[in-house]
Design a protein around this ligand. Structure first.
Ligand SMILES: N[C@@H](CCC(=O)N[C@@H](CS)C(=O)NCC(=O)O)C(=O)O
Length: 205
């Protein structure tokens, strides 16, 4: 049995950042993907009845961002000192601000409300958030393409993944953000990541 077992649905969703961290680190892991049909019988096996869950050394850890942060620390992708880690966390939380606003809109069942909220999100909330991220990248990136300290951290991987959700709706969304565009291009070329992106399962979320 693998030391790292990641339980989630068959989607990128809240698990993909952890997959990307392990891929970037070259760490083998068990990528366990549940069919929604079997979920009701598995739910009680997860500590909080939700996924993702990371099983590490036989112990189960819930909550997507603590899982990702733990993995990033394991593989030295969390920032090289205490202050770098804080910078990484501030980038991550800024990405999360946008992601947490977007998720309920994405899954809204009332189609006209969805359209209206989506329009507002893309016209007002997201541009502000992307400006903030562009600013943080320039502030902490030491003139390089990574968010913090001129080297890859999980903040880059998190942005790569979350931005994909926005790009699926509007492929030009990063057009006015050259730093963020360059950052994503750099991630696509990372060893291990570039192969993974070509071969990972294509999923609806
Ligand atoms: N705060 C949690 C939220 C987890 C969550 O909402 N998981 C959803 C999938 S994205 C889930 O397990 N849904 C099935 C259920 O609640 O029964 C995290 O970030 O991991």
């Amino acid at each position: 049995m693998s030391l790292y077992r990641l339980h989630y649905f068959n989607g990128r969703g809240r698990a993909e950042v952890s997959r990307l961290i392990m891929v970037a680190a070259g760490q083998k892991f068990e990528d366990i993907r549940y069919d929604p049909k079997e979920w009701s019988s598995k739910k009680s096996q997860m500590p909080l009845g939700q996924m993702p869950v990371l099983e590490f050394n036989g112990m189960k850890l819930p909550q997507s961002l603590p899982i990702a942060r733990f993995l990033a620390r394991q593989f030295r992708l969390a920032g090289r000192d205490n202050f770098e880690q804080a910078k990484v966390d501030s980038v991550v939380d800024t990405i999360y601000d946008a992601s947490s606003k977007f998720t309920p809109i994405r899954w809204e069942k009332n189609e006209s409300k969805k359209q209206e909220d989506m329009k507002k999100f893309f016209a007002e909330d997201l541009p502000k958030n992307l400006q903030n991220l562009e600013l943080l990248g320039k502030l902490y990136g030491n003139g390089g393409p990574f968010f913090v300290g001129n080297h890859l951290t999980w903040a880059d991987l998190y942005f790569y993944d979350i931005a994909e959700n926005f790009l699926q709706v509007d492929k030009n969304i990063l057009m006015n953000y050259p730093w963020l565009t360059h950052n994503r291009q750099e991630i696509e070329q990372q060893p291990n990541i570039s192969d993974y992106l070509k071969t990972r399962p294509q999923t609806v979320f």
